[in-house]
Design a protein around this ligand. Structure first.
Ligand code: F6P
Length: 357
């Protein structure tokens, strides 16, 4: 038996832990592992791949990125615009399948987010032996309570806020930190709470800059002369617009820039010196936290188990401290968003954090 693995979409701390888990569990069963390079692209003839043995995974658990490479572009991109889904052309699927057949791959583990798993579902429906592993720092897939990479991203946000806190306080400034989170504000919400943010602005909750400004002035009047604001890149400016500082290209809109806009507006409205920082890909890079290493490794081992059981078309899923599985069909296209009336938002408000609503 040969099991294939590929990483598709944006990278994420913990991907190497998944590879470690797959290779180790496959080896235990006497199976060979084939790692495809740069996502699905590695499947295109003549095939770009390497055989992986346990000795090849020594020391990778602690490494960020992925030893296999990844891409969210190329021939297999399923998400081509806001909410639009494209089918991978039949001739591309057929070419990739010829590599699978040539290498006698009996199971293919696809590690990806919603877009890559949508491609995986198409391939499964075309008869491929697909197993999914959910991956996104945004933690926005509803079929799993947690994705690896999220905890690492939140940890980076907390570190940034700890640093911004000291300089904000020294200068009595408002500091705005823009974090990732395309559709869901989990990174902003968790990172903001843990990092002691005073204001958190989310994609799921329309906000008023006037209310945020009033909140900052009230803090000032109480002797708290600095304010930390966290804003998710996918939050919409009052008026309902997403913010992008980048040239429009094919595929999903590249977000970024809301931090600067919020900072400019707050400076005008409060008269306080305000600075913006965009954390960007620092949240995706670097070593995974212990939690993400363990979750990633468990996901990899579970994927091999699913392959052994012939549970193709299933995706590994984390629920209530247990790694189980759901069908990929159930998992894709269902985002897990922050509930504005939910317990975490309630907790944030209870400790005096302003959500701008
Ligand atoms: O989906 C994960 C994510 O990190 C989003 O939060 C962000 O909008 C996007 O990827 C960035 O992608 P890229 O690396 O292609 O700019």
């Amino acid at each position: 038996m040969r099991i294939g693995i590929l990483n598709s979409g944006g990278d994420c701390p913990g991907l190497n832990a998944v590879i470690h888990g797959v290779v180790g569990a496959a080896h235990e069963l006497g199976w060979e592992t084939v790692g495809f390079k740069d996502g699905f692209e590695g499947l295109l003839p003549p095939g770009d791949f390497r055989f992986l043995e346990p000795k090849d995974t020594i020391g990778i658990l602690k490494m960020g990125g992925t030893i296999l490479g990844s891409t969210n572009k190329g021939h297999f991109a399923a998400k081509v615009g806001a909410g639009d889904v494209a089918e991978v052309p039949a001739e591309i699927v057929a070419k990739a399948k010829s590599t699978m057949d040539h290498l006698k791959i009996g199971a293919l583990v696809i590690v990806g987010g919603d877009g890559s798993l949508t491609t995986g579902l198409q391939l499964f429906k075309a008869g491929w032996p697909v197993i999914g592993i959910p991956k996104t720092i945004d933690n926005d897939l509803s079929a799993t309570a947690m994705t690896f990479g999220f905890d690492s991203a939140v940890t980076t946000v907390v570190d940034a806020l700890d640093r911004l806190h000291t300089t904000a306080e020294s200068h009595k400034r408002v500091m705005v930190l823009e974090v990732m989170g395309r559709h869901a504000g989990w990174i902003a919400l968790w990172g903001g709470i843990a990092g002691g943010a005073n204001v958190i602005l989310l994609p799921e909750m329309p906000f008023s800059l006037e209310k945020v400004a009033a909140f900052i002035k009230e803090r000032d009047s109480k002797g708290h002369h600095f304010t930390l604001v966290v804003v998710a890149e996918g939050a919409k400016m009052p008026g309902g617009e997403l913010v992008s500082n980048h040239k429009a290209t094919a595929g999903e809109i590249r977000l970024g820039g809301i931090g600067e806009q919020v900072a400019d507006a707050l400076e005008t409205l409060t008269g306080k010196e305000t600075r913006a920082t965009t954390l960007g890909h620092l949240q995706r890079g670097g070593a995974p936290t212990a939690f993400d290493r363990i979750l990633g490794m468990r996901f990899g081992v579970k994927a091999v188990k699913l392959a052994e059981q012939g549970k193709f078309g299933h995706m590994v899923s984390y629920q209530a401290y247990h790694v189980g599985s759901v069908t990929i069909e159930e998992a894709v296209n269902k985002l897990h968003l922050v509930d504005p009336e939910g317990e975490v938002v309630h907790a944030a408000k209870a400790v005096g954090i302003c959500l701008g609503d």
